[in-house]
Design a protein. Structure first.
Length: 287
């Protein structure tokens, strides 16, 4: 098996973003405790990578026949014939079991959350994608669990900070994913996916996307509002949230694919910047 096939099977870029979010939240949870266990941080990264890779692997097994229909996915290892479904299943099971074991060794809540994330993403969200746009709401839950898992792995408690970390990534999921769905709508329709709010590239979908991007502005300020972060994280979050909102407004005003692409790229930048600022500012405050 080639590395390129494996990276496509586990959706490497998506997996990296998930592990990044979890690792940042682990460091925040560690600072709440007063120290950082770097060995456990490493276990979280490896375990989180394996669990996320497994969920993506199961997703591709379930959608193998649909992936053949879309230009962006027809070169994935299963539909392209580079890997059998059985091989992918063995890999997915191995990664899922190994990753869950590593995360569960940190504490039981982390292990249970990781199993819940795999089940919800692969076996609930995935089949819903062809049935209703509600799939995006369902998918936003496992999509926002990585920071919660990372925090609980370090702090072993779901407190206000954990819920804020979850909330920011949860709300961010909607403009992020709808921007992608807008860009790829023609391809998605080949597989019967209904992911835009109205099912179409129209004003209704753009309005809903704008509303959720607007909601992200106050949500991103919660760390400062509750005094977990200082004014630095508040200022940066506000600036990036307003810039993100402007991109959503441009989509609303133009309804063009080019505007959706800018919103999509903006979402890739927005989340890591806000999470890193929360980490740096939080560490500064607890000192």
């Amino acid at each position: 098996m080639k590395w390129s096939d494996f990276s496509k099977l586990i959706k490497l870029r998506l997996t990296f973003l998930v592990v990044f979010s979890a690792s940042i939240s682990f460091l925040i949870g560690s600072k709440v405790n007063g120290d950082i266990n770097w060995f456990n941080w490493g276990k979280l990264i490896v375990g989180g990578f394996l669990v996320t890779a497994a969920a993506n692997c199961f997703n591709e097994i379930i959608e193998k026949d649909l992936d053949k229909l879309m230009k962006r996915t027809m070169d994935r290892p299963i539909p392209s014939g580079h890997m059998t479904t059985g091989q992918a299943l063995v890999l997915g099971l191995f990664m899922g079991i190994a990753g869950t074991y590593l995360l569960g060794s940190l504490n039981i809540d982390t292990g249970l959350l990781s199993v819940f994330s795999i089940v919800l993403y692969a076996f609930v969200y995935t089949p819903l994608k062809r049935k209703s746009p509600i799939a995006v709401f369902v998918g936003a839950i496992p999509g926002a669990l990585p920071p919660l898992i990372g925090y609980v792995a370090a702090h072993e408690r779901i407190d206000a900070i954990a819920l804020i970390l979850f909330g920011i990534q949860f709300v961010w999921q909607f403009p992020h994913f709808w921007a992608i769905a807008w860009v790829l709508d023609d391809d998605y329709k080949l597989a019967g996916f209904r992911l835009l709010p109205s099912g179409k590239r129209n004003l209704t979908s753009a309005i809903v996307t704008f509303i959720f991007t607007l909601l992200l502005v106050p949500v991103s300020l919660l760390p400062t509002w509750y005094h977990f972060g200082g004014y630095y994280v508040g200022a940066v979050s506000l600036v990036f949230s307003l810039a993100f909102l402007y991109l959503a407004y441009k989509l609303l005003s133009t309804l063009e694919i080019g505007s959706a692409k800018k919103l999509m790229y903006g979402s890739f930048l927005y989340l890591p910047v806000v999470q890193l600022m929360f980490l740096f500012d939080f560490i500064g405050k607890v000192k």
